[in-house]
Design a protein. Structure first.
Length: 210
């Protein structure tokens, strides 16, 4: 299983839960010091430094993962971040570029690099975390909600690809109001993605709440 954005609080929780469940975990982050801390916190994981916003780096990551560990069966995308406020007029280009890169581009890059793995897997899974703001966007969070909506659309496209290919793959969108405090619930939900048939969860949108 590959976790993108693994050094966040959610990433650490998911890495621990998957490892405890017996999965081989590949953790990817953009900060070597934080990756080293994760290696100490979750023994047995394999950690890689990568700028997931750079497709050339992601394809090199995929080559390295394939050479050293073979194909992956799951991609848990936890790269994100929030920028907002200031009403519609305050939705700056700087904030939009940040959100587009972190929320959308990293997802596009990782799914394109590892899609063949997930298609070939007997139980491929893709999961992302989105926001309730997609359902009811506010002017001050328009950049953020738009980026999250784009990520959801991309994820559903991956799920449609699984269905069209007739595979046992599934793409799932976990939805939160705020992820802080829900890390353990997310981790449990991620591990549970493999408990049932793919068709029962593919292209589902699952609300996580305290």
């Amino acid at each position: 299983m590959l976790i993108a954005g693994a050094t966040s609080a959610a990433g650490r929780a998911v890495a621990t839960a998957l490892t405890d469940a017996g999965a081989r975990v590949i953790a990817v982050g953009s900060n070597e010091e934080r990756l080293q801390g994760l290696r100490t916190e979750v023994p047995g994981i394999k950690a890689y430094l990568c700028d997931l916003g750079d497709f050339a780096e992601v394809t090199a990551l995929a080559d390295a993962v394939h050479a050293e560990h073979g194909h992956i069966d799951g991609l848990i995308h936890l790269v994100g971040g929030w920028r907002g406020g200031g009403g519609l007029a305050g939705q700056s280009d700087v904030d939009w570029d940040f959100l587009h890169t972190h929320v959308v581009t990293t997802l596009r890059n990782t799914t394109r690099a590892f899609n063949d793995d997930l298609l070939a897997s007997p139980a491929g899974r893709l999961a992302i975390v989105s926001s309730v703001s997609v359902d009811k966007p506010a002017p001050g969070g328009a950049n953020y909600a738009t980026a999250k909506a784009a990520a959801e659309t991309w994820t559903r496209a991956v799920g449609q690809g699984f269905a069209k290919a007739g595979t046992d793959g599934a793409a799932v969108i976990f939805v939160v109001r705020a992820l802080a405090g829900l890390e353990s619930e997310l981790a449990t939900a991620v591990v549970g993605l493999w408990d049932g048939p793919a068709a029962s969860v593919n292209n589902s949108r699952v609300l996580l709440a305290l």
